[in-house]
Design a protein around this ligand. Structure first.
Ligand code: NI
Length: 137
């Protein structure tokens, strides 16, 4: 089994807050990410797939196809957008890195399953100090 990772980047705005809570409570729980007037992050996204190399080509999959899926389904929808307001697959969800990583997994899984491989991990970095990994469970 070989694991292959494709890395992409996007920049997006968001806000973490619970409307029923006071600004103070939101600040206490969500820190700077609760800023009422939004703020942005430069996200880094790693998508790892696994499979066996094709006997003829030596490739597990066509990496251009993987890049197309990630860009079409994820990066184009998120880049320079407001995650809370503009992104169809994040409607009604908290825009935490954890929730976003799971949503990205759910968006690309079916498309990757059609290639000669399986989705293994979605890793998402919001800041250079914090990243999350999701393996589908
Ligand atoms: Ni934030």
């Amino acid at each position: 089994m070989v694991y292959i990772t494709r890395k992409e980047r996007f920049s997006a705005a968001h806000k973490l807050s619970i409307p029923e809570w006071s600004d103070e409570k939101n600040l206490e729980v969500f820190g700077k990410c609760s800023n009422p007037n939004w703020h942005g992050h430069n996200y880094e996204l790693w998508v790892t797939v696994k499979g066996e190399p094709d006997k003829q080509t030596g490739f597990v999959l066509d990496l251009r196809r993987l890049s197309e899926i990630i860009n079409e389904k994820i990066v184009d929808k998120l880049d320079h957008k407001n995650i809370n307001m503009d992104v169809d697959f994040m409607k009604g969800k908290m825009s935490s890195t954890e929730v976003l990583a799971i949503a990205i997994w759910d968006e690309i899984k079916l498309h990757i399953d059609k290639l000669n491989c399986k989705l293994h991990c979605v890793k998402l970095q919001e800041t250079s100090k914090n990243s999350v990994e999701y393996f589908g469970e």
